[in-house]
Write a protein that binds this ligand. Sequence first.
Ligand code: ZN
Length: 445
Amino acid sequence: MNWDHTIREVTTTLQDLLRFDTTNPPGNETPCIEYIARKLKRDGIESVVLESAPGRGNVVARLKGDGSLPPLLLMGHVDVVPAEADKWQRAPFSGDLVDGIVWGRGAIDMKQMVTMALLTFLLVKRDASRIPLKRDLIFMANADEETGGRMGAAWMVKNHPDLIRAEYAINEGGATSIVLGDQVFYVCSTAEKGSARFTLRSHGEPGHASQPNKNNALLPLSRAVANLIETPLPLRVCKSAQAHIEAMARGVDGELRAHVLGLLDPAQHERALAALPLADAQKRRLSAALHNTAVPTILKAGSKINVIPGEAECQVDCRILPGTTRESLEQELRAGIGNNVDIEFGPIYPALESDPNSPLFETIRHAVEEHEKGARLVPGLITGGTDAKSVTQLGTKVLGFVPMRYEGPAMTGLGHNHNERVSVANLEFGTRVLYDVVTRFCGKA
Ligand SMILES: [Zn+2]
């Protein structure tokens, strides 16, 4: 294997993918998807490009195995969230490579992983000694993850399930490694939060703003909004988060271990979290794995400056842990915000949780330990939603694993953020790990 050449190819491929503006909405993923199809074709791999609607492309390709074991799916989305270009140091769709860093919206979520998976797929094809594989290896790049997947993974599951049905899938999630004391942990997600978005609505007495009344609809809504922002919902420890915390605790000792375990105790949680030597973004992620979260994002009230509004509303993005029901959530919410506002729920998507003890998890564990001496793989929970919610409907066990080294606070928490970027060093590390995982899990010998 010529890794120098491979790393150049990974880097330029990622730069190319980042230059397609796949901001969703509207997505317009097809040109990016067709680029991937052309790249597969240059290696003699026929892929299928399928549009769920004009411009909303998805691509699937397969390397045949001998059928002795069921398939592995490498999945990823090419759509990205919008970028506020004026807040970036480099144009968000430049794909610039500067001092070993590739810049662009999607560099972390998740064109870098799509690139690493694509190159892994191509490397397996090029390495004839691995052929035939024990398992079919399937590659899917899809549209529309960022607005829920209706035109991407969910559409594929509904319309072309046979193309992507697999026993296991490797997906986004898992995130960058965590360093605690001297111990390095890599996270492989075995669970994913669900969502239960809702609208808070308050009513009051409309009137002329020159004659104030205290029954302004904004008052009860403001109090509820302030409460949601200031007061977290109660600590809730699900199986996967517990496994995550306990596995990390086993890797450290002394005071550090006490702080890690303290996260699971409602009386110690806040203090323990504050005491942990982690970046803020990592603390937020840990905290979100141990609470249902309800974050006010869109406020609407009033139509004219001199009219007291009779109604006000706030949309709330709410993420729920495994085991949370609408009833239990409403109870948690009411305990904080009281009963002066209505709660109107939209559709509720339950959380996903699977067994961390699986052959794929073990394969990933070995690869991680081999590529970074002393590192440990721990199960974990993704706090956002991904396309796993669609693909698991086919019975696939989806693990979230994006092998990326921790490179300090400035390179952490960049997904969906300004100045999203990734280092070439991490692209190399991630591709090497992923290639080992896939060849061990699917290859002969
Ligand atoms: Zn993503």
